[in-house]
Ligand binder design. Structure first.
Ligand code: ATP
Ligand code: MG
Length: 460
């Protein structure tokens, strides 16, 4: 009994010794204004505070506000336990299996409220939103493994110093344990602690480093940068479903072009799309690279304009080069174009699924986009009109025009398909019967040509 007490006292004494006091940046010395914080996040923060809890904004919200950027979302960290948060808000739902989180919903906006937690194991994906929060037992095991901690422990377990800043609603100060303010000023992404240990703990942090560096225009701290080539192989062990989520964040975050370039520079792209990397590394005439980059440029523009983007289109783009090559080989040995594309699509998709899971609902539209491509080369007769009516026409047409802009399909084909969508039904019939509609037969092999500069290659 005595001994037990002593051991406990020693443990807490050493924890105390290890704790450091944070740098506190008072309201007057930083640029975060409540006017730029979502009203709903403020409501959550104030209600927690009024109930006697500590409540802070944390993560990307604080980082982006300090940089004068508009945050994607606002995450709250608190010392209230999820059940306590749940009692405070009617519009609250507990989610997450590995770690319970509270989601407070206001119409379309969800404020995620996480309890401060202690570092205790690896893999630190705290989104948890797609998990079924109601399941408490799986395979007979209790799967709730919450380890709550102090705000300081919560800070140290985060990934980058600039992601570990807290905006405290009690006095509107910024609380900085890990040196994030200085790194923010310097534009550096620095992992908290030993980079090698932190990357081994969760290899996805390499992808996060690239994502944030591309988005914020930051550089990756040299010791982290040096660890990446040694740790990159660990990405092969990350669950394909998690890589699917991560890939969407990488390429649908509005900075796809820079992200793609940086992933290739760090040689990380191969762990996401090995077949594509293989094809890109054997580029001919400047080709494949421009197709993926052109598509990402168009995606970035669409996101900037507030237009929707579709994961099926993104994956169809990423895997097109391997599909096209395999289909070409099959056609060379006599397979007709449609079965060649079907077989190639199936083979590439199942090979890719070992690396990044592609949900079934995306696989089908991807294959349709691929298999429709040769039909755009045929611009005569009822077939062309039927193609216009295909439910996947728009995506396949955008895809075709991106191929044209990248020198792989015919520019005049793209122009023709653009025009036929704009004219009357009578004129459409005239177009498909006139000589100007003549195109290659589907699947006809074309010589790759140097891309012409287009005024806009947004693909429509
Ligand atoms: P974004 O602008 O993309 O939302 P973010 O920094 O908010 O950027 P999130 O993925 O929303 O990123 O995560 C919120 C916070 O949770 C991060 O800022 C970081 O502090 C912490 N975090 C997220 N993923 C990890 C991880 N893999 N390892 C350690 N900490 C993480
Ligand atoms: Mg976030």
């Amino acid at each position: 009994m005595e001994q037990h007490n002593t051991a406990t006292e020693n443990a807490s004494a050493s924890a105390d010794a290890a704790s450091t006091s944070p740098v506190i940046i008072p309201r007057a010395e930083h640029g975060i204004s409540r006017a730029n914080i979502s009203r709903n996040a403020l409501k959550v923060l104030y209600r927690l505070k009024e109930a006697g809890y500590r409540a802070c904004l944390v993560g990307g919200g604080v980082r982006d506000l300090l940089l004068g950027r508009e945050p994607k979302d606002f995450d709250v960290a608190t010392d209230a336990h999820p059940e306590e948060v749940n009692r405070l808000f009617r519009n609250c739902r507990l989610v997450g299996r590995r770690f319970r989180l509270a989601h407070v919903r206001f119409g379309r906006e969800i404020i995620e409220v996480a309890t401060f937690r202690a570092p205790h194991d690896n893999g630190d994906d705290d989104t948890g939103s797609e998990e079924n929060g109601d399941a408490l037992v799986e395979d007979g095991r209790l799967i709730r493994d919450n380890v709550y901690g102090t705000i300081e422990q919560d800070a140290w377990r985060r990934d980058f110093t600039v992601n570990a800043l807290y905006y405290d609603i009690a006095d509107f100060s910024v609380v900085d344990y890990a040196g994030g303010m200085e790194d923010l000023r310097q534009g550096v992404l620095r992992l908290i602690g030993d980079p090698e240990v932190r990357l081994r703990e969760d290899p996805v942090r390499m992808l996060r480093a690239v994502r944030f560096a591309a988005k914020l225009g930051f550089r990756v701290d040299p010791t982290c940068e040096a660890a990446i080539p040694r740790m990159a192989g660990l990405l092969a062990e990350v669950a394909p479903a998690r890589l699917f989520d991560e890939a969407i964040k990488l390429f649908h975050g509005g900075y796809g072009v820079q992200t793609f370039e940086m992933l290739r520079r760090y040689d990380l792209f191969r762990y996401l799309f090995p077949g594509t990397e293989e094809a890109l590394s054997h580029e001919e005439n400047n080709f494949p690279i421009t197709f993926v980059a052109n598509a990402l440029k168009s995606t970035d523009e669409r996101i900037d304009e507030g237009k929707g983007v579709n994961p099926a289109f993104l994956y169809a783009v990423m895997l097109w080069e391997p599909v096209r090559r395999l289909a070409d080989n099959l056609m060379e040995s006599g397979t007709p174009w449609l079965p060649a594309l079907q077989q190639a699509g199936g083979a590439v998709l199942s090979e890719q699924a070992a690396h990044i899971a592609i949900p079934k609902r995306f696989g089908l539209p991807m294959r349709e986009i691929w298999e429709m491509q040769p039909r755009f080369d045929q611009r005569r007769g009822g077939r062309a009109l039927r193609l216009l009516g295909h439910p996947r026409f728009r995506a396949a047409y955008d895809f075709y025009c991106l191929r044209a802009a990248s020198g792989e399909a015919l520019e005049e084909g793209c122009e023709w398909w653009t025009r036929i969508q704009e004219v009357s039904a009578d004129e459409q019939r005239r177009m498909v019967s006139a000589g100007d509609g003549a195109g290659d037969s589907p699947g006809g092999r074309r010589r790759r040509r140097r891309p012409r500069r287009r005024k806009s290659d947004s693909g429509g």
